[in-house]
Design a protein around this ligand. Structure first.
Ligand SMILES: Cc1cc2nc3c(=O)[nH]c(=O)nc-3n(C[C@H](O)[C@H](O)[C@H](O)COP(=O)(O)O)c2cc1C
Length: 184
């Protein structure tokens, strides 16, 4: 069974809920490594959690997740990304499947920019990007309700994460696991 590494930063728990939904979706198709980035991983501005990076070394698929902060991924996620540059120079993560997920306070809160960043990070590493194959506005259960095909974009409605966003996260987790198996 391939390993799906879910690498994410979350303060108030929404991105973490999405991470767990992705894991549920991949259940039975992939082993899961939750790789939560925490503030203590960053020492004097540098991300220093080597064991988290080693989990990704072993993965067949990687999901990058962060809340959208000021129109992009949170600084803590960027610190992790910068610390992956040693792997980049050897293309250590090349050919792994990669996908991304984010959340924000607003429906149009520039989540796309965070997802674009994740896809560029994946491209830098020679990873194979996997978006959503659910056409926005066409799904009977309203998955991908924001019409974001690059990856999972969500936002809180009246302070709550809609069930359709949780279902989209489950679907993306399943899709990443499926692609990792196919990629062998
Ligand atoms: C510093 C900061 C910047 C933020 N910037 C944005 C933003 O650009 N767009 C947006 O929609 N939401 C923005 N938000 C809201 C967060 O994305 C939102 O609260 C999210 O649910 C937090 O995720 P978490 O629960 O996983 O910590 C911002 C929040 C903070 C604290």
């Amino acid at each position: 069974m391939p390993l799906l590494a879910i690498v994410y930063f979350s303060i108030s728990g929404t991105t973490e809920r999405l991470a767990h939904a992705m894991a549920r979706g991949a259940d039975g198709m992939a082993e899961i490594a939750f790789c939560r980035i925490v503030g203590d991983d960053i020492v004097s501005g540098r991300f220093q959690n080597e064991s988290l990076l080693e989990s990704i070394d072993r993965a067949g698929a990687v999901a990058f997740g962060s809340p959208t902060y000021m129109g992009g991924p949170a600084a803590q996620f960027k610190a992790f990304a910068d610390a992956s540059s040693d792997r980049w120079s050897k293309q250590r993560w090349a050919n792994k499947i990669a996908g991304g997920f984010t959340t924000g306070a607003c429906a149009g809160g520039d989540q796309l920019h965070a997802l674009t960043y994740f896809s560029i990070l994946a491209a830098q590493h020679g990873m194979l990007w996997c978006g959503l194959d659910i056409p926005g506005g066409e799904d009977p259960s309203d998955r991908n309700r924001l019409g974001s095909q690059l990856g999972l974009a969500t936002h809180l409605v009246d302070g709550t994460l809609p069930q359709s966003d949780v279902s989209t996260a489950e679907y993306l987790g399943q899709r990443l696991a499926k692609m990792a198996r196919r990629n062998g």
